[in-house]
Design a protein around this ligand. Structure first.
Ligand code: SAM
Length: 377
């Protein structure tokens, strides 16, 4: 394969030359630089010792964990032979030392230990029980096929960083696939991204509970057609139950009004879920992330404003998309800033949300939001 050198973060590395990213023999998507920035920043805040990038492709994610965080032991893995060959090259480009090769695994002992493995991620994780402080799952599509082994391979107080790119499934375009893969009923329309993210977290919470693991959401978001969640585990049956009790259901009627309820089984019909109804960020973690970003030179230009937007965002379940609401009620839609201002003047909290540039997160009831829209005609 023909290779070209690219730079991202503090790394320089080789990627296959290709017309379109999905045609490349080894996958690299530059748009995911922001995802990798936030992942590396997470590692800088939490200081994990052992990190696994279970689905590495070019190795860029694991290499960046190695270069840009204090982690001491970095594992890269991919099932593809071509990816394995490329990962070895890229590790040598970024770390001092020699490769020691043993079967389908190579080691580089320098300032840090870098392990490069060729094999099935589930097998690797199963062989390394409760070993990793930070385990990153960045698959094509859904992470569900890797979830059980990841929950066994991560330490009981460890962190799981997980991507899902099957947005069509989680957002309700393929509702049956969502039932099958996530055991939940997705919603379509303006709430689909936030609900999809909450379904993903909710499913992880249910899987984790059987291992007596509770889940704390450090940060979860939707961006560029993917979902990403950073979840910290807490050990114990009580912790698992506490997380499970944060699951519930969502309802939405024709007017756009939504309701949600934390309950194990829904009593009303037409419920969407189950899904996580707890917070989507942890304030202390967000503070750490913001602080780390201050002098984090390798950050992509979009990373800072995105983290800032998420930090400011009101953390309540769901949001009102002003365009969708106006459409449902035959109204002209005013500027978002004016709507936020008007809600605040009425004594409510209201902020922008990263889920949509035309939506507001607020603790105001539906009727008030609609009234504000009408008053701004
Ligand atoms: N994490 C990479 C990054 O940030 O650039 C991208 C990873 S790419 C989306 C997914 C990778 O998973 C592919 O390279 C594919 O070969 C690999 N893969 C798919 N199934 C696998 C399995 N069962 N075990 C290990 N790797 C697998």
């Amino acid at each position: 394969m023909e290779l070209v050198e690219v730079r991202e973060g503090s790394a320089r590395f080789l990627v296959p030359k290709a017309e379109r990213i999905y045609d490349a023999p080894v996958f690299y998507n530059p748009v995911m630089a922001l995802n990798r920035d936030i992942s590396v920043l997470t590692a800088r805040v939490l200081d994990p010792k052992r990190v696994l990038d279970a689905l590495s492709a070019t190795g860029i994610r694991g290499i960046r964990y190695g270069l840009e965080s204090h982690a001491e032991e970095i594992w890269l893995n991919d099932i593809s032979e071509e990816a394995y060959t490329l990962m070895k090259k890229n590790v040598l480009l970024n770390f001092e030392g020699e490769l020691y090769e043993e079967g389908d695994r190579s080691y580089l002992w320098g300032e840090k230990l870098v392990v490069i493995n060729k094999g099935d991620a589930n097998r690797l994780m199963a062989e390394n029980f409760r070993y990793f402080d930070l385990l990153d799952l960045d698959p094509f599509g859904s992470p569900m096929e890797f979830l059980d082994t990841a929950l066994r391979s991560v330490k009981r107080r460890g962190v799981l960083a997980v991507t899902a790119t099957d947005t069509g499934v989680l957002c309700g375009a393929y509702a049956r696939a969502c039932l099958k893969n996530y055991l939940a009923r997705p919603i379509r329309g303006e709430l689909c991204h936030e609900a999809g993210l909450r379904i993903l977290i909710g499913t992880i919470v249910r899987y984790a509970a059987k291992y007596d693991l509770g889940v704390e959401v450090l940060l979860a978001y939707y961006r560029d057609h993917y979902f990403r969640a950073f979840l910290r585990f807490r050990s114990g049956a009580k912790k698992a139950e506490k997380s499970l009790f944060r699951l519930g259901y969502l309802w939405q009627d024709e007017s756009g009004k939504f309701t949600y309820e934390e309950t194990f089984l829904p009593e009303k019909p037409k419920a969407f879920g189950p899904m996580w109804l707890g917070p989507l960020k942890d304030e202390e973690f967000m503070e750490g992330l913001t602080k780390e970003l201050e002098d984090f030179a390798p950050a992509h230009k979009k990373t800072r404003p995105f983290v800032e937007l998420m930090r400011e965002e009101l953390d309540v379940p769901f949001h009102y998309d002003t365009h969708a609401l106006a459409r449902r009620h035959n109204l002209q839609v005013g500027k978002l800033a004016g709507i936020i201002e008007a809600l605040r003047e009425r004594g409510y909290r209201a902020t922008k949300t990263h889920f949509s540039p035309t939506a507001v997160k607020t603790d105001a009831p539906f009727e008030e939001v609609l009234d504000v829209l009408k008053s701004l005609q």
